[in-house]
Unconditional design. Structure first.
Lengths: 292, 344
């Protein structure tokens, strides 16, 4: 063998810059600093919400209506819960069906590709546009803002979230389960309903909770649809009360009492949303779930 | 086929249904329902486009491309003038600011989580960053409006003004009535208000940080151990190895940035609460502005005559297309990563 043929490549790392160890340490410090900044922001935001929210919190907030004295947001809290419930009734089944199709039936063809892309695009659509669509589809024909239109806008947001979560959770069920089930003579549908779905139940539930946590905090899609309501009206064909809409309305006012109410409302909202999200995180710890 | 003769074995749970036609029917119905769900979802996206194009049809016919060269936004009946330029600029500049600050922060945080922090610390830090993503945008908006804006006005912006007041940005134009007039504009101009492009950019920074961090973290975890060990074996320092990891994962990181950008483009509530809501184009960070999603949120319900409403739909269409392009690029880059992961 010729000695020239195995001439070693020069080491790309060693000896070229004498200060490289110091640079390395410097970058390490910078990255740690970045993390510290991110966590500090989280801390500051949550601290303000906690302190202001508790400072202005009164029992009346949970028991009274906006125009009563003292003011409260009872109807808005209930309204948000019902709106999210209606959106779930519409959005969760469709999302789960999509997840089941993508995990269990989809092949490798163009249709699967297109379906995946559509779901990603729907998940990325600015939520205010989904509000515009719900306005056009429901508010314009009925000549009135309503809880239905708000729930429809929220359902549009939920579908891709629930679909992706269910798909990932179904994929986590080990393949041998399906083979064993088929070996016992089960049909595809029997395998799905009696083996796969029960095994993925906890995961799918957390995916749904994630979707709920996400839409509970949405404001933009409700601006033209649910509109808000100061009365304890829970009929979905009327303009509907919502916590987020009330926060938006009060934040725009110069009245200090209303601003204080907005802080309390934000604390209540953020507590609900974060509890849901944290619960999801702890239930599926160790598994791969896209929270975002 | 004979049943099991061993009485100690549990009975086969699937042998109770012997009607094959029925079983096949259920099978087909299940598949059809699942397929129906997918088709319905595809229909939703098609409806989005149909509604937006149908709604903006009048404006598309009457305004056409002038929409992109007009700054004026004058919805008074009879003197109607509609141009998306100032809103496009508002969305663009706030997104740009958010990426400028947010991308280095996010990538630094992701590197910390994957390559610096010990295991016991990495998990909780990851979790806390993801909590940032779960906070609703209205909550960020309220915080931005009542805490961040006053702080900017009283503390940060006066300092920025003193440091940056001599910097001029030349080519940003002003477009009154279609005529293009360039004027030298300062990077910081006028009194600090706290409700301006800078505030919009900062609030978006906070909102895109968790997305970019989480995805970059996932992507960096795919960096093969062999390359890392090889680099260390050749005497590379930690940073030299990390640079290899960043280069190896560049497509995924770019995808993460694009996804963050898509989020910034579509974000509505938090931005309108801090950006000042005026239709200006200004090079100054201290000038108020408006974004596309912001003008929809503020004016959609006030659109009381047909061309005004149609122009609002036109804005919505432009917003949809900007978000779509960004998302498609992001997904293309990230799905390549996913495919590599699956084949590996």
């Amino acid at each position: 063998m010729n000695a020239d043929a195995i001439k070693p490549e020069p080491n790309p790392f060693a000896g070229r810059s004498p200060g490289r160890r110091w640079i390395s340490r410097g970058v390490m410090v910078l990255c740690t600093l970045c993390t510290a900044i991110a966590l500090a922001v989280l801390f500051v935001v949550l601290a303000y919400m906690g302190i202001r929210g508790i400072e202005y919190m009164t029992p009346a907030f949970f028991t009274n209506l906006p125009l009563q004295s003292p003011e409260g947001m009872r109807n808005c809290i209930i309204g948000t819960i019902i709106l999210v419930g209606l959106a779930s009734v519409l959005g969760v089944p469709i999302g789960m069906l999509c997840g089941i199709y993508m995990a269990e039936y989809a092949g490798k063809g163009w249709f699967t590709y297109a379906a995946q892309l559509v779901m990603d695009l729907l998940a990325g659509t600015p939520t205010i546009l989904l509000g515009v669509i719900a306005w056009q589809l429901v508010v314009v024909p009925l000549h009135q803002q309503s809880g239905w239109s708000g729930a429809l806008a929220l359902a549009f947001i939920m579908v891709p979230i629930v679909a992706r979560a269910s798909e990932e959770m179904l994929r986590l069920v080990p393949h041998p389960h399906r083979e064993a089930s088929a070996g016992l003579g089960a049909s595809k549908a029997q395998t799905l309903f009696r083996v796969i779905l029960p095994a993925a139940k906890a995961g799918i539930t957390t995916g749904i909770m994630l979707g709920i946590a996400r839409v509970a905090g949405e404001t933009a899609p409700l601006l033209f649809t649910a509109l808000g309501n100061d009365q304890a009206v829970y009929n979905p064909s009327q303009p509907y009360p919502s916590l987020t809409l009330k926060i938006w309305q009060y934040s725009q006012s110069a009245e200090p009492a209303w601003r204080h109410q907005a802080w309390t409302a934000v604390l209540v909202l953020v507590t609900m949303v974060l509890l849901f999200t944290a619960a999801v995180r702890f239930t599926v710890r160790g598994k791969k779930v896209n929270v975002i | 086929m004979t049943a099991s003769t061993d009485p100690t074995l549990p009975p086969n749970p699937f042998m109770d249904v012997q009607q094959n036609a029925f079983r096949r029917g259920v099978d087909k119905a299940t598949k059809a329902a699942a397929l129906g769900g997918v088709l319905l979802t595809i229909t939703i996206l098609i409806i989005v486009f149909v509604v937006l194009i149908h709604g903006s049809w009048m404006a598309l016919r009457q305004i056409g491309w002038h929409f992109f060269t007009t700054q004026a936004w004058n919805p008074v009946p009879g003197r109607d003038q509609y141009g998306v330029l100032s809103f496009l600029y508002g969305t663009g500049i706030t997104t740009f600011l958010a990426l400028l600050i947010g991308v280095p922060l996010s990538i630094g945080t992701a590197i910390f989580i994957t390559r610096i922090a010990p295991r016991w610390l990495a998990g909780p830090v990851s979790f806390l960053v993801e909590l940032l993503a779960a906070i609703p945008s209205i909550a960020y908006g309220l915080w931005g409006c009542f805490v961040m804006s006053p702080w900017l006005q009283n503390y940060l912006e006066p300092v920025l003004y003193d440091t940056l007041k001599h910097i001029k940005i030349i080519p940003v134009g002003k477009y009154p009535s279609g005529r293009i007039e360039f004027f030298p504009a300062n990077l910081v101009h006028g009194g600090p208000s706290g409700s301006d492009f800078l505030a919009g950019g900062l609030i978006l920074t906070i909102m895109i940080l968790p997305i970019i961090t989480a995805i970059t973290r996932d992507v960096l975890q795919q960096f093969p151990q062999e390359i890392e060990h090889g680099a260390y074996g050749l005497g590379a320092t930690w940073w030299q190895t990390t640079r290899l990891a960043l280069a190896y994962c560049r497509a995924g990181i770019f995808g993460a940035v694009m996804l963050g950008m898509a989020r910034a483009i579509g974000e509505t509530m938090a931005v309108i609460m801090v950006i000042g809501n005026t239709d200006h184009i200004s090079a100054s960070l201290f000038a108020g502005g408006q974004t596309m999603s912001g003008v929809l949120a503020n004016e959609f319900m006030e659109a009381d005559h047909p061309i005004y409403l149609s122009a609002m739909f036109y804005v919505a269409l432009v917003l949809m297309l900007s978000s779509l392009v960004t998302n498609v690029i992001a997904r293309a880059l990230l799905s390549r990563i996913d495919r590599e992961r699956q084949t590996a």
